[in-house]
Design a protein around this ligand. Structure first.
Ligand SMILES: Cc1cc2nc3c(=O)[nH]c(=O)nc-3n(C[C@H](O)[C@H](O)[C@H](O)COP(=O)(O)OP(=O)(O)OC[C@H]3O[C@@H](n4cnc5c(N)ncnc54)[C@H](O)[C@@H]3O)c2cc1C
Length: 478
């Protein structure tokens, strides 16, 4: 991962670096109970003391990280969530057994993932009905008795029935499906409705370029872009993918960009992304990328390179929202073309402070209703595909349990290196006594942790030194 911030003239002060390093050490040496009960109610912004340090510090260390994680909501996201995932990234980088902290698919998502998965499911007997929208859940005898679905583009509504029902729609849609009848059986599902405003706009745009632009081998964070852009140049990871037969045959690279801040004024047009038309968004994002990547010496992105630009279809004209509810599939063609201000139809969950207790489990009090989505309580605790996947494994386990079977899917905790076990244990003892985290660990604990760390680094160094030659060809691949 690189950050274009290194181009900024002003660097971080020693005080800022020391303070942040100290905070990272605090996270590494804090016990799980402190994460859950204390850091859950502290915002990442506050934990990093962002108000009292420079713009550089805020942009690079406080927001730079959350930009790529939680739609740039450093002020709102909890330290439990951001801190835990930040540690996973650091541990991933330090772990000499893993080569890539930043993992991406080796082809377009449909080809590399979704279609093979659909093919597999169909092969084992799953009947997959595309284009059906769940509009409600019927109840009877304390259970779900059917799901009301509407075929896209028609008025036709049918009820489908099954033994078990897994609600795998995003938070704001789940809230819409929780009816009074459902709440009568499981009142705690009211929490989903309360949690549902905890989503923020985040969406993607792709630039199809007629020249090879690889930038770096991973993600790029554009710290100076007001719309909090991050990007990845995809083709380098798509082993041998033949682009010559796609679109007009001229595309040589795809720059895929996430826009995380829709409420800040653009660097060039001074407008919030949410107030722009689709064309204005495309132009402003391009200019922000050029601002960050083009230097006096090298023009990495030129206007001539652009063959085609695609903004995610979930960014839709605001004006048509009342008619369509939230479902873009129900729009007519002319409504699709009506370009005024935009609306993000699939916002992203942001794990804000004090929301853990509002998050439901994968099982509910309704014996045949289960939940599988990124907002469900899980170890990953971040709106990601990993979080959604873990929630789904938990839902499957609950169904297996209901069926009296026990060949459960594996659920694993976040990685916590054993070398920090003693400091975390010591912190836990303090936590249980109602005490703050303290850097003053007993000397023996400090010594053992330090020695363990040193041995670990030495082992990694020897391993890499001895095996680096053999591994060169491997390390060039994803
Ligand atoms: C721009 C952007 C970039 C991201 N980048 C990453 C990343 O790099 N790595 C990562 O791990 N995560 C990333 N995420 C987050 C990740 O995509 C989500 O957390 C994850 O997809 C959530 O999975 P889910 O199954 O809960 O919901 P979804 O993936 O949203 O799936 C829910 C499905 O339900 C469908 N649906 C909605 N309503 C209904 C209804 N009424 N009836 C029937 N179907 C319905 C939707 O169309 C959708 O297909 C990103 C998110 C965004 C917005």
């Amino acid at each position: 991962m690189i950050d274009t911030f290194h181009q900024a003239k002003n660097e971080l002060t020693h005080e800022e670096k020391d303070f942040f390093a100290h905070r990272v050490w605090q996270l590494m040496s804090s016990c799980p109970e402190r994460f859950l009960n204390e850091y859950e109610s502290i915002g990442w912004w506050e934990f990093c003391n962002a108000d009292n340090f420079s713009d550089n510090y805020r942009r690079l260390l406080v927001e730079g990280l959350t930009r790529s994680l939680v739609a740039a909501k450093a002020r709102k996201a909890s330290t439990k969530t951001v801190g835990s995932i930040f540690l996973q990234l650091i541990y991933g980088m330090l772990n000499y057994n893993t080569k890539d902290t930043d993992r991406v698919l080796n082809g377009p998502t449909n080809d590399a993932w979704l279609n093979p998965w659909l093919e597999y499911l169909t092969k084992i007997g799953v009947r997959y009905q595309k284009g059906m929208l769940a509009q409600g859940l019927e109840t009877s005898g304390g259970k779900i008795s059917g799901a009301v679905v509407q075929a896209v583009g028609t008025e036709a509504v049918t009820t489908v029935t099954g033994d078990y029902y897994i609600m795998a729609v995003p938070l704001e849609r789940a809230a819409y499906l929780i009816s009074k009848n459902i709440l009568k059986i499981d009142p705690s599902l009211q929490n989903i409705i309360e949690l549902s405003p905890n989503v923020e706009w985040m969406n993607g745009i792709q630039f199809y370029l007629n020249e090879e632009v690889n930038l770096n081998y991973g993600h790029t964070i554009y710290s100076n872009s007001n719309w909090a852009l991050t990007s990845i140049s995809q083709i380098q990871f798509w082993d041998g993918y033949d682009l010559s037969r796609r679109y007009n045959g001229k595309v040589k690279s795809i720059l895929s960009v996430d826009i995380s801040s829709w409420y800040a004024e653009g660097n060039f047009n001074n407008k919030k992304a949410m107030d722009c038309t689709i064309d204005e968004i495309k132009e402003e994002v391009w200019k922000q990328l050029q601002m960050e990547l083009n230097t006096d010496k090298k023009e990495t992105l030129t206007d001539k390179m652009r063959e085609f630009v695609h903004l995610d279809n979930d960014i839709m004209p605001n004006a048509v929202e009342p008619k369509m509810g939230l479902f873009k599939e129900l729009l007519t063609d002319s409504e699709h073309k009506y370009l005024q201000k935009v609306k993000d139809l699939e916002p992203l969950l942001v794990n804000q402070t004090n929301t853990w207790t509002l998050r439901p489990n994968a099982f509910t009090k309704i014996p045949n209703l289960f939940l599988a989505s990124d907002y469900v309580k899980n170890n990953t605790d971040l709106a990601t595909m990993e979080g959604a996947n873990e929630a789904a494994r938990r839902a499957v386990n609950s169904i297996l349990n209901a069926e009296g079977k026990s060949d459960y899917c594996t659920i694993w905790p976040l990685y916590n290196p054993a070398m920090f076990g003693m400091v975390r244990y010591y912190d836990r003892k303090r936590y249980l006594k109602g005490l703050d985290w303290s850097p003053d660990f007993p000397k023996i604990i400090k010594f053992i942790t330090f020695a363990w760390g040193l041995l670990y680094m030495l082992k990694g160094f020897i391993r890499n030194f001895l095996f680096s030659k053999k591994d060169v060809s491997k390390s060039n691949q994803v």
